[in-house]
Design a protein around this ligand. Structure first.
Ligand code: ZN
Length: 63
């Protein structure tokens, strides 16, 4: 998996729309790639704001 492919699929990954083998390959790449991890974290924050904490993974809910 290349950085380009990883970054292109980050949205699908965060929304859980990738097939399990692709998501696993992506996780493997993210574990070894700081650059892609930073992009993932930024995208994750954006999505959390967008969904207003409705994601089950978000435990930073205040109200
Ligand atoms: Zn990468």
């Amino acid at each position: 998996m290349t950085c380009k492919a990883t970054i292109r699929m980050i949205c699908e990954y965060l929304e859980g729309r990738l097939s399990p083998p692709v998501a696993a390959a992506m996780r493997a790449h993210l574990e070894g790639c700081t650059d892609c991890r930073l992009v993932l974290e930024a995208a994750q924050r954006t999505l959390e704001v967008y969904f207003d904490g409705e994601q089950p993974m978000s435990h930073a809910r205040v109200a």
